[in-house]
Ligand binder design. Structure first.
Ligand code: ZN
Length: 270
């Protein structure tokens, strides 16, 4: 499943071919993904110029000079392909630029989404309205995290996956950040003091930045948006390493909570 670093990598890849470009042709090849695709999407995007690209949590943003922003989510299996040789049955949106490039959104399982939102009203777009701070942005601080955790019950692992606390973190990066910060996943969020919160914020930023620098990371269906299907090799500290040694030598353990695996080191994480 594409996580925040993959979305960031995707946006950077799309930027290379879309930024500043006029969209010469837009083709929507089915009426819906996880939810309906706006019926006027083709009409509103055709002829528009892309002014900038961005990301909010795990959503990619393509801003246009018509005051609309195309908001995409990659769901479980979505990816963009640039200048693919063939168009397949899972390619649901085709965008051709005046410069002669073609960007294609492919999503076999169709858990992704496409929305067209007024750029001025992006903060009111339902998925963004109650979203917490960007983990790589200046608003995600130990102090802000402390305020979020103070009012909530629950374990830190679950709280970091809560989009109200911090936006866009998935299971892999939460496991990795908790391991790097030396905090046990079952710790009550409210009991984590200021120094450990500081370590945790730094750890979240660090694991995300490392993954983005590596070009994103993936488990299965993700391809970089350069037209090549491919997998990123990424070595994790704890994730997916049950029974294998931690850096300290103790074996990494796995626990399953509500269908999600948590990987952790019982010695390093307290
Ligand atoms: Zn360890």
């Amino acid at each position: 499943m594409p996580e925040l670093p993959e979305v960031e990598t995707t946006v950077r890849g799309l930027e290379r071919v879309l930024a500043g470009e006029r969209l010469a042709a837009v083709e929507v090849r089915r009426p819906d993904l996880r939810r309906p695709i706006p019926v006027d999407l083709r009409q509103r995007l055709t002829g528009a110029r892309v002014t900038a690209l961005g990301r909010r949590a795990k959503y990619g943003l393509i801003h246009t000079d018509r005051g609309d922003t195309l908001v995409f989510h990659l769901g479980m299996s979505g990816r963009w392909r640039i200048d693919p040789e063939m168009i397949g049955p899972h390619d649901h949106l085709l965008i051709e630029t005046e410069g002669g490039h073609r960007a294609v959104l492919c999503d076999p399982r169709r858990f992704g989404s496409l929305d067209l939102v007024e750029s001025d009203a992006l903060d009111d777009f339902a998925p963004f309205a109650a979203m917490g701070p960007e983990p790589l942005g200046g608003d995600f601080t130990a102090e802000r995290l402390g305020r979020s955790l103070a009012g909530r019950r629950g374990r830190i692992k679950a709280l970091l996956l809560d989009q109200h606390v911090v936006a866009g973190l998935g299971n892999i990066y939460v496991c990795e950040a908790l391991h790097l910060a030396g905090i046990a996943p079952r710790t009550q969020g409210r009991r984590i003091g200021p120094e450990r919160r500081e370590r945790l914020v730094e750890a979240v930023r660090s694991v995300l930045a490392a993954a983005i620098a590596a070009g994103g990371s993936s488990l299965r269906d993700f391809a970089r948006p350069d037209g090549e299907l491919g997998y990123f090799a990424k070595s994790w500290r704890a994730y997916g390493r049950e029974g294998k040694p931690c850096l300290c030598g103790a074996p990494i353990r796995r626990r399953v909570d509500s269908g999600r695996s948590t990987f952790y080191c019982p010695r390093c994480q307290r």
